[in-house]
Structure formats: C-alpha cells, structure tokens
Design a protein around this ligand. Structure first.
Ligand code: MG
Length: 310
C-alpha cells in the first residue's frame, strides 16, 4: 500500500477541466495535473463523455507533457458505464474508440471496462439513430442533431454546432418522445432512461450517474492498492455533480465540493461547498472566475494543502 495522500480529487470534465467553449484542456491545467501526478495525488475524471474524448483531450496531452506511468489517475466515462485506470491505456497510438470499431461491450479492448449490463444493444442503438435521422434530418445535410459515435454504452445525440436553438429544441423534444415510445415497445422503459439537455439527448441505463462514478473510481484505486485520500475535493459545473460529494459524505469520507459555476444557486448540503470566491480568499484565482479557471484554482489550492502536510 502506498502512503495516504492528504488530498484526492474527483472532477467533472466539461466545465472544471475542459473549456466548455473550445472543449480542450488549457496548458496551465495540464501542467497542474502533472504536478499533482508527480506527488501521487489520486484523481478521478468522472464524465458523461466518452473514453475517446478523455483519451484525445486529456490523456494524450498529459502523456505528451510527461505524465508518469504510475500516476493514480482514473477515467470514468459515459456516466459510469465505461471506466479504466490511465496506467492501463496502452503506450503509443490507440485506435479510435467508436461503436464502428467496438460494436458490443465484448469487443472492447481489455484495458477498457464496459458494464455490459448497462450497455444499450446494437439493435436499440440503430433504431434510435434511424429515428433521429427521420425526425432531425441527415446530419451530413443540415440535420439539427447528430449522433456521437464514440459512446460505447449509452446513446448520445448532440445539437449540430450553429443550429438554431428554438428549432433544435422542437426537434429534440420530438426525438425524445419517439425514443421513449421505442423503448416502451421493447419493454425497456424501466431500465433505460432518456435525459434531454439544452444541447443533447442522452439515452442511458437508469443506474448511470456521478455517484456510481465515485464507486468505480474508488474500486479502481483499491485494485491498484492506492489508499483512499484523507480528504476529497469534488468539482463540477452542474447540480448533478453534487452527487459525487453526496456519495462520499454518505460513505463517511471528508469531502468539500467545488461548484465552478454556482449561478444556479448553491443548495444546502451536509458538507462544505466552495466557489471561486472561497478559492480567491485562499489566494487562488478571482472571485468572478468560472469553469476551468476555478478548476485550476482548486488544483493550486490542493497543492498548498500538500505543502502544508509535507
Ligand atoms: Mg460539466
């Protein structure tokens, strides 16, 4: 067993780590993650996005910058249906992870864990794609909503960049209704849920979520013999991200949640919630920062806590 880290992090990706505008991870964020990796701080990246997204936007740039092979970093993707330790990702170029290459969970490369009981079958996926093409139009030709082929377990439909929001929302709701009917016809309505957002539609197993992501991450740590940290920080830009801190708190862990975009209001919680203003009071960032700028302030704050316990 390795020594207990004073701090561990569980981070939503879009928002606190990757820019919601460019979808990329800023250089300063990569550098801070690298410093924490060198100090063996366990970090779980808990996202609704695909393993392909994490691989290209985070893991490849981190490795190019010198991420140690033994870094205790973990990817939890597709709302916890897909997960893996970074150290298991093969060195060198990794082929694109799409449903075209990985048609079912049993075809996934051995380093990538896919919960087959949560995966949507190829038949249902095809039916949803066909319905989307009929109702949202051909994505190649002005369609309002395209399919994300990198999702291996869930089915995600996304707003075409530049599409009119009003037109998109009408089409989105029409597709959602169709998908719900399609699931009901197959007797899947109890197992699979449809989650519309302002830019997408996610079709996923009901167990999906950030709380399950916490369990996946902690299980990977236990498997690798990495001790649970003395104190967790979770971070996100959505209400659903609080589920990470809820889970840890219920499990008896010490946790603070960092809300990087608290404009929806901060709910009452049984654990402390920090915002940009609190991190600025500790000397990191500005009180009016949002998203990845607050994520960076959190990483810098975590470094000072390591220094204090060193
Ligand atoms: Mg987010």
């Amino acid at each position: 067993m390795r020594a207990i880290s004073p701090v561990g992090l569980l981070l939503d990706v879009d928002g606190p780590v990757a820019s919601t505008e460019t979808r990329t991870v800023p250089e300063a964020m990569l550098a801070a993650l690298l410093r924490l990796a060198e100090r063996r701080v366990p970090i779980g990246f808990n996202t609704g996005r695909s393993a392909e997204f994490l691989l290209r936007q985070l893991i490849e740039p981190l490795r190019a910058a010198g991420l140690p092979d033994a870094a205790p970093f973990y990817g939890v993707c597709e709302k916890a249906a897909v997960w893996f330790p970074f150290s298991d990702v093969p060195r060198g170029s990794v082929p694109t992870l799409t449903v075209d290459a990985i048609a079912s969970a049993s075809d996934a490369p051995s380093w990538l864990r896919v919960d087959e009981s949560m995966a949507i079958t190829a038949e249902v996926r095809e039916a949803i794609w066909t319905l989307n093409r009929e109702r949202a139009g051909d994505p190649e030709d002005g369609g309002l909503q395209f399919i994300d082929r990198t999702k291996l377990a869930m089915v995600s439909l996304e707003k075409t960049v530049g599409a009119d929001q009003g037109a998109f929302l009408a089409v989105r709701d029409d597709v959602v209704e169709g998908v719900r009917a399609l699931l009901a016809e197959r007797g899947l309505a109890d197992r699979i849920t449809v989650d519309p957002t302002v830019i997408s539609v996610d079709v996923e197993d009901r167990r999906s979520g950030k709380d399950l992501g916490v369990l996946r991450c902690r299980a990977l740590m236990a498997e690798a013999g990495v001790e649970q940290p003395a104190r967790w920080f979770t971070a996100g830009d959505s209400r659903t991200d609080y589920a990470m801190a809820d889970r840890l708190h219920e499990d008896g862990a010490r946790v603070d949640h960092v809300d990087v975009r608290p404009s929806d209001g901060v709910p009452a919680t049984a654990y402390p919630v920090l915002t940009a203003a609190d991190l600025a009071a500790h000397g990191h960032g500005r009180p009016d920062d949002v998203h990845e700028r607050v994520g960076l302030s959190l990483l810098e704050y975590a470094e000072t806590l390591l220094d204090a316990t060193a």
